[in-house]
Design a protein around this ligand. Structure first.
Ligand code: HEM
Length: 237
């Protein structure tokens, strides 16, 4: 990581600060250099691998589900036309692409579970969680639960998101790829913009098919990776 050098350069040129998050931390006056590097590493790790994995899973699903790929491309051509770059202002009009990304995040959440630590005794309905207990929130299990998502819970069906996230399942909070509450993913909106821009540009230019070599072997850890890779074939259209 080159954060140390970047911070040193910024500190030497205090009059030429950028209008960004690093400058905000440097000018706060209450963070040590070590803490700032720590925050940069956390942001770098949280922000890069998760979005890469989301994009790879979406390409895999689009390569397998050609009908949804065609629907997404038709919408992209209608909203953006073939040659236009996807500008942030019009990404909100890509409804089908958003449904596809959400369905990918439901079936293959890039972050499959999250740990929480109870700092004090907490009462959750009938349940009392004593202080000091670690709790796993099994995001992927909630996303695959048939009593919440219906009998086709294990199938790729973006249409379940056609009325929005809160109506996609029997529980309005069941969709939690970025978790919920005060510690919800800081980069959620950025990740969705990144994914939509990238996929819109790919679909404007390429047909995606899944390689015959593909084996569906999701491997869960801190992130949910493609165990045997994500071999997809891009053909120029
Ligand atoms: C598909 C992409 C992503 C997924 C699925 C994802 C998922 C998550 C999840 C589940 C959490 C834990 C929230 C909690 O503990 O309640 C989290 C936290 C976080 N994410 Fe993301 N994330 C993604 C992309 C990003 C990006 C692009 C960034 C930064 C640019 C980012 C920055 C963070 C940060 C800083 C936290 C910690 C927030 C806190 O503790 O207050 N994430 N993310």
């Amino acid at each position: 990581m080159k954060f140390h050098g970047i911070i040193e350069r910024r500190l030497k040129n205090v009059n030429q600060q950028e209008n960004d998050w690093l400058s905000l931390m440097l000018s706060s006056g209450n963070m040590t250099k070590h803490q700032i590097i720590d925050e940069c590493c956390a942001m770098f790790i949280a922000g890069s691998e998760s979005t890469n994995i989301l994009l790879a899973w979406t390409c895999v699903h689009l390569g397998i589900n050609k009908m949804w790929q065609d629907k997404a491309r038709d919408e992209i051509f209608e909203v953006l036309h073939k040659e236009n770059r996807p500008l942030v202002e019009i990404l909100g009009r890509l409804k089908i692409l958003t449904m596809i990304i959400n369905e990918t995040l439901r079936l293959c959440p890039a972050v499959p579970f999250i740990m929480k630590h109870a700092q004090e005794d907490i009462k959750l309905g009938e349940l009392t969680i004593p202080s000091g207990i670690d709790i796993e929130v099994p995001i992927i299990s909630v996303h695959h639960e048939k009593t919440i998502w219906g009998e086709n819970a294990s199938q790729f069906d973006p249409s379940r998101f056609s009325e929005g996230i809160s109506k996609a399942s029997k529980h309005p909070m069941a969709f939690m790829p970025f978790m919920n509450g005060p510690r919800i993913c800081l980069g959620m909106n950025f990740a969705m913009i990144e994914a939509k821009v990238t996929l819109a540009m790919i679909l404007q230019n390429f047909d995606i098919s899944i390689s015959p070599k593909y084996k569906h072997v999701p491997v869960g850890g801190l992130t949910l990776k493609q165990g045997s890779g994500a071999p997809v074939i891009f053909r120029k259209i």
